[in-house]
Structures are given as structure tokens and as C-alpha cells.
Design a binder for this molecule. Structure first.
Ligand code: AMP
Length: 399
């Protein structure tokens, strides 16, 4: 059974075609600058080089049709006809309180996703455009919505409510939702599998450290807390996002600098995080690592502050679960940044864990990186959100 996994943004569309029977990625690609001049389609069939084509894509439907043409192309395609796409799995950012698991898409589901759009105005409408374009071009293929927020819906009220007037929750559903749920769920399950344990017997902290970053507390297989909130701005210091700040800072800076609320949101989303902290050096941890190694104090401060915030969340979630058995690093920084893992782990010895410098000296592999005999195990598990979406799609519409 072949599943096309679609992650559609406002001007881009990422995709993978996965043979779900053997979990082989048959092809993957990216359409960029949809609706803008200078469009580009990058397509990579399995085992072959990337094919880059400059092509304008005025609409998402045009982008999806280019993807389908590439997949079925006589020379570089990986399937003979569209009939070989058995299902489509769509990443949907916000499922609000309506969706606590993946669902088969029908008109009612589309309306419900639209209703969640005020909670994610930049993401949900774009995700839905992808859904509608695919439905237009493949009307008889079953489609599944997989939500970034769904895994976190098991959080108890005490974890998801903010200390603000309850009427804002009642009226507007202002609460913590959390994101990266597909990744947290996949990585928590792989952590238990990798250790040969039942996830129902474990307390796991997953650190998804990418350009966007979040931590979650997974107690006996269920998410009980996570660091992102109503939006993906809360929690850790990220590439360009501030994470937690004193909310009064917003009014203070807005007044000093003459900025509107939406301009302040741009500052907090796009100009903050390690980019802002390093005084503009970079949002990329590789650049920051190099700058710090060559003695740049601002880069060093940004990396220190970043690691300290991650360690504080780990401490908070060990308290939330009254213990922790495993702490797992994933995503770009978590999988690849050897020194960030060391820096974070140095704060964790009180938990009875010690990083093993030799085991930690690797990138992008599943591994235990704590010393033998550690009470709490440290792991690296590369995340695979597309595979998780494909699996969830098969679970709902599989033959
Ligand atoms: P993601 O959003 O998961 O793709 O993660 C992107 C982040 O991972 C960027 O800040 C990269 O600098 C970081 N990253 C990726 N590869 C490496 C690497 N080999 N060493 C250090 N950081 C890396």
C-alpha cells in the first residue's frame, strides 16, 4: 500500500511517497514559492539524485499536479499511474480540542479543521488548501488528517490551563495545546521499543530540539505536559522564537519602540531565540557552534542560555511525573549536535544519569548515550514524522 504524505504550508509543500508495506520511501520532494514568482520543485526518487525544476506554481493545486506528474513520470517516476497511490496522509497543525487522534477526512472534518483555524491562522488554512487540492486531483483516494496537537490532548487540566481568567478558556479555548505531537509520540514509542520495555511502564521526557523546539512529559504512554502552548511560541528558546518570557515585556518594548502587537509578535517569532540572543549571528546551531569555538562571546551565551532552558524543562517534567526513566533527544539539534547534548546533560547528574562521551560521539542514529548503570537513560532517537503519518494513515484506511 502506497501512502502519499503531504505537509502543506502557505507557500510550500513537502511530500513523501511511502510504500507502507515495507516502509520504504519511494520518493520525496518540496515545492517552494507557491503563489510567488520564482517557483521551484525539487524531486528525489529513491536512490537517485535530486531533480530541481524552476517552475511557477500559481496555486497549490498546480503544485500537487506537478508532484503527481513527477511521481508518474515515465523516466524518473516511481509509480506507473495515480492508481498506485492508495491513500494520502495530511499533516494538520491545529486540531484544537476537537481532535485527539487522526481521522479520515470528510466534509465534516474539513469544517471542524476550519473552525480550529483561528487558533493557527498561518497554518490550518494552508494545510486545508493542500487537502482540497489533493481531493480535487484524486477524488476517490481516501485521505487522513494527522494533527500536531492530537498527542497532547491527554494533558490534564492543571497542565493545560493558564493562570488567566477562566472565561477566556470558556469563550475562546485559550489553553495549552502543544505541537510536534507526531514526533513526540513516535519518539516516545521508539524509546520504549529500543529499550525493550513497555511504554506503559515508563516515564519518558522527549526533547524535540530542531529549529522549532519542544519538550514533552510522557507518563505510561500518555502525554501529561508539553512546553509549547496555545501557539508554538511558548517554552524553549528556539532558532528564532523567544520561548517563555515575562508577558509584561511585550507591552514594555512595544511602548519604547513604538511597535504594534503584531510587530511584537514578529519580533518574538522571527527575530528572537538564539538568533536574537547571539545578536544576529545565526539561528543555525552549526554557525553558532563555529562562532563559539572561535571565541565569540554572544554565540557562547546563546548556546549556554539555550541548554540551560532545556535542562530546566527536563527538571520540571521529572517533577511533573514524580520521576523519569529515559530522556530522549531528537530533531536537528537533538540528533546531530553532540556538544548541545553534553551541555544539557551536565545539568542532569542529580537525576542519576551521566552522559557517555564516547557513545554520544555520533549523529543521527538510534542509541543510548548514557553510561552503563545510569539510573535514568539518555537516548538519541531520530524522529520520522512522515513515517508516523503514513503509519497512522494505514491504521485508518489500510486494506
Ligand atoms: P530541524 O528543524 O529539526 O531540521 O533542525 C534544524 C537545526 O538542527 C538547525 O539549527 C541546525 O543547525 C541543527 N543541525 C542540523 N545538523 C546539525 C549538525 N550536524 N550539527 C549541529 N547542528 C545541526
Amino acid at each position: 500500500m502506497n501512502v502519499l504524505v503531504i505537509n502543506c504550508g502557505s507557500s510550500s509543500l513537502k511530500y513523501q511517497l511511502i510504500n507502507a508495506d515495507n516502509e520504504e520511501v519511494l520518493a520525496k520532494g518540496l515545492c517552494e514559492r507557491i503563489g510567488i514568482d520564482g517557483g521551484m520543485h525539487t524531486y528525489q526518487p529513491k536512490g537517485a539524485d535530486k531533480i530541481k525544476t524552476d517552475v511557477d506554481m500559481p496555486t497549490h493545486t498546480k503544485a500537487v499536479s506537478l508532484v503527481l506528474e513527477a511521481l508518474t513520470d515515465a523516466k524518473s517516476g516511481v509509480i506507473k499511474s495515480l492508481g498506485e497511490i492508495d491513500a494520502v496522509g495530511h499533516r494538520i497543525v491545529h486540531g484544537g480540542e476537537k481532535f485527539s487522534k487522526s481521522v479520515v477526512i470528510d466534509d465534516e472534518v474539513i469544517t471542524a479543521i476550519e473552525e480550529c483555524s483561528s487558533l493557527a491562522p498561518l497554518h490550518n488554512p494552508a494545510n486545508l488548501i493542500g487537502v482540497n487540492s489533493c481531493r480535487e486531483l484524486m477524488p476517490n483516494v481516501p485521505m487522513v488528517a494527522v494533527f500536531d496537537t492530537a498527542f497532547h490532548q491527554t494533558m490534564p487540566k492543571k497542565a493545560y490551563l493558564y493562570g488567566i481568567p477562566y472565561e477566556y478558556y470558556r469563550k475562546y479555548k485559550v489553553r495549552r495545546y502543544g505541537f510536534h505531537g507526531t514526533s513526540h509520540e513516535y519518539v516516545a514509542n521508539r524509546t520504549a521499543e529500543f529499550l525493550g520495555k513497555d511504554i506503559k511502564d515508563m516515564k519518558i521526557i522527549v526533547c524535540h530540539l530542531g529549529n522549532g523546539a519542544s519538550v514533552s512529559a510522557v507518563c505510561h504512554g500518555k502525554c501529561v505536559d508539553t512546553s509549547m502552548g496555545l501557539t508554538p511560541l511558548e517554552g524553549l528558546i528556539m532558532g528564532t522564537r523567544s520561548g517563555d518570557i515575562d508577558p509584561a515585556i511585550i507591552g514594555f518594548i512595544a511602548e519604547k519602540e513604538g511597535l504594534s502587537i503584531s510587530e511584537m509578535e514578529t519580533v518574538l517569532n522571527k527575530k528572537s531565540g538564539v538568533l536574537g540572543l547571539s545578536d544576529g549571528i545565526s539561528s543555525d546551531f552549526r554557525d553558532l557552534g563555529q562562532a563559539a569555538d572561535s571565541g565569540n562571546e554572544a554565540a557562547k551565551t546563546a548556546l549556554d542560555t539555550y541548554a540551560y532552558r532545556v535542562a530546566k524543562y527536563i527538571g520540571a517534567y521529572a517533577a511533573a511525573m514524580n520521576g523519569v526513566d529515559a530522556i530522549t533527544f531528537t530533531a536537528g539539534v537533538g540528533e546531530n549536535n553532540i556538544s548541545a547534548r553534553v551541555q544539557i546533560s551536565e545539568y542532569l547528574t542529580y537525576l542519576g544519569t551521566q552522559i557517555d562521551i564516547q557513545k554520544n560521539d555520533m549523529r543521527g542514529e538510534e542509541a543510548v548515550i548514557s553510561k552503563d548503570g545510569s539510573k535514568v537513560q539518555l537516548l538519541v532517537i531520530p524522529t520520522d514524522e512522515e513515517m508516523s503519518i503514513a503509519r497512522q494513515t494505514v491504521a485508518l484506511v489500510g486494506r
